[in-house]
Ligand binder design. Sequence first.
Ligand SMILES: C[S@@+](CC[C@H](N)C(=O)[O-])C[C@H]1O[C@@H](n2cnc3c(N)ncnc32)[C@H](O)[C@@H]1O
Length: 134
Amino acid sequence: MSKLEKFLQNTKDSLPHKNVQMFCKDNMQTGTAIDFGCGAGRDTVFLIKNGWNVISVDKENTKTLIEQNLTDEEIKHFKFIQSKFEDCKIEKNDLFVANFSIPFCKKEYFEQTWNKIVDSIKENRILYRKFLWI
Ligand SMILES: C[S@@+](CC[C@H](N)C(=O)[O-])C[C@H]1O[C@@H](n2cnc3c(N)ncnc32)[C@H](O)[C@@H]1O
């Protein structure tokens, strides 16, 4: 099993990141969120259960893993895009979540990816990211 496979197995039932928990606690308004480098979907699942539509992006196909933690009704609010960061088109969104994922973007694609992220966020909306364990 690769390190990433172990990570996905270990986090498939993990609590969402604190920044996402706190955001939902403080903000009643919902909309469309992107979970960029969603992994096993700890933030995706939490956001959907809190009323968000979530578009989750990952180079690995973790769609089924994530759907295991959603009801049929909740799955209607979930869209999965299997893609590398540099290849995907990012839809306009109200909330951009990228926890433990942006540092995995290759250096040569970083600037274009960052610009895509910034352009995708609707005016006055929010970017939440935790770069790594810092
Ligand atoms: C450390 S995991 C974090 C997963 C999730 N955000 C979390 O906090 O549990 C990083 C994720 O980014 C994805 N990833 C890494 N490089 C990527 C790339 N170039 N394009 C798309 N996804 C990538 C990996 O497949 C993995 O699921």
